[in-house]
Design a protein. Structure first.
Length: 102
């Protein structure tokens, strides 16, 4: 199977999954508990993608001050909480990563 066919298949699958929720709106009654939990899906997904990169950058748990990714991630969390700005969170995190990696 070519890589382009695989990319196309993944794209179509993702589109169909997302479309199913949009098409079902109004036709299917989702339980209230399901609707209450939906806003947490993006946060949980992003956390699941980012946490391993911060805590296990070389495949093993690395909780030390010389872990530059962990330091940058902690600074990004602090900046996000205080400024509520995506731009300053990214800039601050990248600056700390660049300094700590040098």
């Amino acid at each position: 199977m070519s890589i382009w066919l695989l990319i196309l298949a993944c794209g179509v699958t993702t589109f169909v999954i997302r479309l199913s929720f949009i098409a079902a709106e109004g036709k299917v009654a989702f339980p209230p508990g399901f609707r209450r939990l939906l806003p947490f899906v993006p946060v949980a997904t992003l956390s699941a993608l980012v946490a391993p990169e911060l805590l296990m950058p070389q495949g093993t748990l690395w909780l030390a001050w010389d872990n530059s990714r962990l330091l940058a991630g902690l600074m990004a969390i602090v900046l996000a909480a205080t400024t509520r700005s995506v731009l300053w969170t990214l800039v601050g995190g990248f600056i700390v990563l660049a300094i700590a990696s040098a």
